[in-house]
Design a protein around this ligand. Structure first.
Ligand code: SF4
Length: 355
């Protein structure tokens, strides 16, 4: 049986678990301090614990539930980590350097059940939900890689493989660990959870943790969105936007609407005009993401001129808009590309096994 990872527990939960094994109450904080503040990931090196306690921890617990199989480096500095679960599944986590930020994009499931038609992950189908410890471990691995380049992870986005709100229990537990001041120590304002529109779970997320919400909209009519995001047949655009209006966010926070632009599908001037009407009255910002093509994709990236025209129309309609620069598309690490099959195009810069 695989040992339990310390990464799935908040400080209080780990304190209770270790106390039940005879550890002093303060040992949990020491262990988490080593991991999250000192980047020491081996119990044997946690020198302020007694030797027999380090041995006991190593016998009954682990740090990493995930094994780092490889790290792929993109030309723009983006790094994609390929991580293996104990039951042999492969997941991907992306580390993205941007100006003064270092953002890690984590996966919440092995594969995904939602089958969005432009997304490589959707083709994989759903393997299983990731545990809270496996989600937190992606940040720990990414932090380890970032440290080798003299940086710290500053932001976390749940935009990797899977639909976070279909694994909400484990996603919430992972967020609680990540925002625990004595564990991950991240500000909830620096954590964004993205959903394709699992309407019944949106309010639950916002009430449980004050993280930012991103909604994958991708279309301005139900007809087109039904094609791109099949979940729209259950929760159409009007229902989704009503849930956004009810999302418990502070007055200063905006909901991000992710809009993957696809040539001749949703990149027209009429789409831009409809989008203005859809987000009117919401504290919203729109991120335009020109499609990242991947092997087997049936859709094409829009022309640059179409992206500029779309952004200009939104800005003219007083919608806050950004065009996302594609990060890591040469290593299939960009949005919608995770799990893309063309591994032969990738050369790992680090191939290793690390638990
Ligand atoms: S876009 Fe997101 S929700 Fe849709 S199939 Fe891909 S991973 Fe799943």
């Amino acid at each position: 049986m695989k040992p339990k990872s310390v990464l799935g527990s908040s400080t209080a939960e780990l304190r209770d678990a270790l106390s039940a094994q005879g550890f002093e109450a303060y040992r949990a904080e020491q262990v988490l301090h080593w991991i999250f503040r000192r980047n020491v990931l081996d119990f044997s090196a946690m020198s302020n614990l007694r030797l027999e306690q380090r041995r006991q921890l190593a016998a009954e617990w682990c740090v990493h539930p995930l094994e780092r199989a490889a790290v792929f480096g993109g030309e723009d500095g983006t790094q994609k980590l390929q991580l293996l679960t104990h039951d042999g599944a492969s997941i991907e986590t992306v580390l993205i350097p941007e100006d003064r930020r270092y953002t890690v994009c984590v996966s919440s499931q092995v594969g995904c059940s939602l089958d969005c038609s432009f997304c490589a992950t959707g083709r994989l189908g759903l393997g299983r939900n990731l545990g809270a410890d496996e989600i937190v471990d992606q940040v720990v691995h990414a932090q380890d890689v970032a440290h080798t380049m003299g940086n710290d992870v500053s932001h976390i986005v749940f935009m990797g493989m899977g639909e976070p709100l279909l694994n909400l229990k484990n996603v919430l537990q992972a967020i609680r660990v990540l925002i625990d001041p004595k564990a991950g120590g991240f500000s909830p304002k620096r954590i964004t959870v993205s959903t394709a529109g699992v309407v019944p779970k949106m309010a639950e997320l916002g009430q449980a943790v004050p993280v930012r919400l991103a909604v994958s909209l991708h279309a301005t009519t139900d007809e087109v969105r039904n094609r791109l995001v099949p979940l729209n047949r259950r929760f159409p655009i009007a229902t989704l936007l009503e849930a956004c209006r009810r999302y418990p966010a502070s007055d200063r926070e905006r909901i991000s609407f992710e809009y993957t632009m696809i040539r001749d599908v949703n990149d027209s001037a009429a789409d831009a005009q409809r989008l203005i009407k859809l987000v009117r009255g919401l504290r919203a910002k729109v991120n335009l993401i020109p499609l990242n093509e991947h092997p087997g994709a049936n859709f094409r990236r829009p022309h640059d001129a179409a992206v500029s025209r779309f952004a200009d129309i939104l800005a003219h309609g007083r919608v806050t808009v950004t065009v996302r620069r594609s990060r890591g598309d040469d290593i299939y690490a960009a949005c919608g590309q995770l799990g893309a099959v063309a591994r032969e195009a990738e050369t790992p810069i680090e191939a290793e096994t690390r638990r």
